[in-house]
Design a protein around this ligand. Structure first.
Ligand SMILES: Nc1ncnc2c1ncn2[C@@H]1O[C@H](COP(=O)(O)OP(=O)(O)O)[C@@H](O)[C@H]1O
Ligand SMILES: O=C(O)[C@@H](O)C(=O)COP(=O)(O)O
Length: 429
């Protein structure tokens, strides 16, 4: 029987990263945002149920994107198990659980609790954890995660607003979240025996291929998008794979569509801040003041500014709106509202803006930030996307199944070169 791979990703940009890496295999990949049982929003997913059913039936791999990275652990477990039931029901017999290549989580969860629950349900004794993404500078050595040449806890991830990563030792970090013992797998070594979680060292793609071969009989594997690609190549049988090579690219228009483009940057990461700074040298950028306690007031202000740009400069000038460029913008808002409220508030402003832009006919939306993307995709009621070509490693352009006239880019905050936004809008200058 044909092996099909089901995937659960804990945030929306992580899911598009995963989908684009999986699409490199030439297998047919489709990405859904939530599933009916999980999302509890029958109207949302029901809207395109038929379209999705066809897409699912034709796919070798389905990626279910959840927004479960930064919610209470028991809810993350509930949603993930719901997604697993859905995938099993659709005939996907292997499962990949995707989390961030920087292992974004807190000492309470959610990677450990979700992995424990999935392993229990799938009756897996041993679960391998492999966040490494060498192409994007994430490597694991002696159980410690590095971002480029820095330990995770010395990188900008230390200051992440939702998941500050203050310990680079993944064995210790995962152990604080999990009920199972946590061990380690050294580079190119054999898997240890026994019922345990295993954090895998991997510093290059050959290490990833080795891990994929070692786990080819496993029903569950967890990690970043890079290992998923090699695992899929090991386990998913597809005799006519070459026929589907570059599936997304042949099936869809891959560039930005003709029409207006808006970039919404809700990520506070160092990479996104640099990308915004370079973009500002050429295109208009609006800094959300975030001084008013009202989502409507904040979003109206940015909306009017954008209309003024389009009226006064050129009708189709790409514009960017950011929440994190004003010095101390993040710390000030968090002090005033509290951490979670501040994050929710900014997400709501971006979601409201995205809705206004799409309703007014904007065709290309570029979003920076995982949580920000989650808030926007949910507000736009997008329930599935086809995967287009990669703009940067792990960042594809995607096309909503029910709105193919629109293009979306959902960028993980930390991904992409300094010129990323230029590439995403298809402009050299
Ligand atoms: N000025 C700000 N103050 C407080 N929180 C902010 C601010 N700007 C953005 N945020 C929040 O920070 C979080 C950034 O997370 P996310 O969008 O996932 O980006 P990343 O991909 O870099 O992690 C979001 O919840 C966003 O709403
Ligand atoms: O694995 C990764 O690094 C990304 O796919 C990812 O999950 C990044 O998360 P955000 O920075 O929150 O977008």
């Amino acid at each position: 029987m044909k092996t099909r791979l089901g995937c659960i990703a804990d945030d929306y940009t992580g899911a598009t990263d995963l989908s684009s890496m999986l699409a490199r295999t030439g297998l047919r990949v489709i990405q859904l945002f939530g599933v009916p049982e999980v999302a509890g929003r029958p109207n949302h997913v029901g809207f395109s149920d038929e379209v999705n059913r066809d897409a699912i039936d034709q796919a070798d791999i389905v990626v279910v994107a959840l927004k479960s990275r930064s919610i209470p652990a028991d809810e993350a477990v509930k949603y993930s198990l719901g997604a697993l039931s859905f995938l099993q029901h659709q005939g996907f017999d292997r499962l990949f659980f995707k989390y961030c290549s920087t292992f974004d989580s807190t000492p309470q969860g959610n990677i450990g609790p979700v992995a424990d629950a999935l392993a229990d349900r799938l009756e897996c004794d041993q679960v391998v954890f492999c966040p490494s993404f060498p192409e994007n500078g994430r490597t694991v050595y002696q159980g410690h995660l590095f971002v480029g040449d820095q330990l995770l806890s010395e990188s900008s991830m230390r200051e992440h607003p939702l998941n500050p990563m203050t310990d680079s030792c993944l064995v210790r970090w995962l152990q604080s979240q999990s009920q199972r013992p946590v061990g380690r797998l050294g580079r190119r070594s054999g898997l240890p025996e026994g019922r345990q979680h295993v954090v895998a060292d991997a510093i290059d793609d050959d290490d990833l291929r080795h891990i994929a071969r070692q786990t080819r009989e496993h029903r569950l594997l967890t990690g970043g998008s890079a290992i998923a690609r090699y695992w899929a190549e090991e386990i998913v049988s597809c005799p006519d794979r070459n026929a589907h090579q570059n599936h997304g690219e042949t099936e869809t228009n891959n560039g930005p569509l003709a029409g207006r483009t808006v970039v919404l940057a809700g990520s506070c990461s160092a990479a996104t801040r640099q990308q915004v700074a370079l973009f500002r040298e050429t295109f208009p950028v609006f800094d959300l003041p975030l001084k008013e306690p009202s989502v409507d007031v904040e979003s109206e202000r940015a909306w009017h500014w954008t209309q003024a740009q389009w009226n006064s400069i050129k009708n189709d000038t790409p514009v960017l709106i950011t929440s994190a460029s004003i010095p101390n913008a993040v710390s000030d808002l968090r002090r005033r509202l509290g951490e979670n409220e501040a994050a929710n508030f900014v997400e709501a402003v971006f979601a409201s803006l995205a809705e206004k832009f799409v309703e007014s006919g904007v065709q290309n939306l570029v979003v920076a930030g995982g949580e920000t993307s989650g808030a926007i995709v949910n507000r736009l009621k997008i329930c599935g996307v086809r995967i287009g070509c990669e703009i940067a490693p792990g960042v594809p352009r995607v096309f909503p199944i029910q709105h193919p006239e629109m293009s979306l880019v959902l960028k993980s905050g930390n991904f992409g070169s300094e010129r990323f936004f230029f590439d995403a809008i298809g402009r050299n200058s």
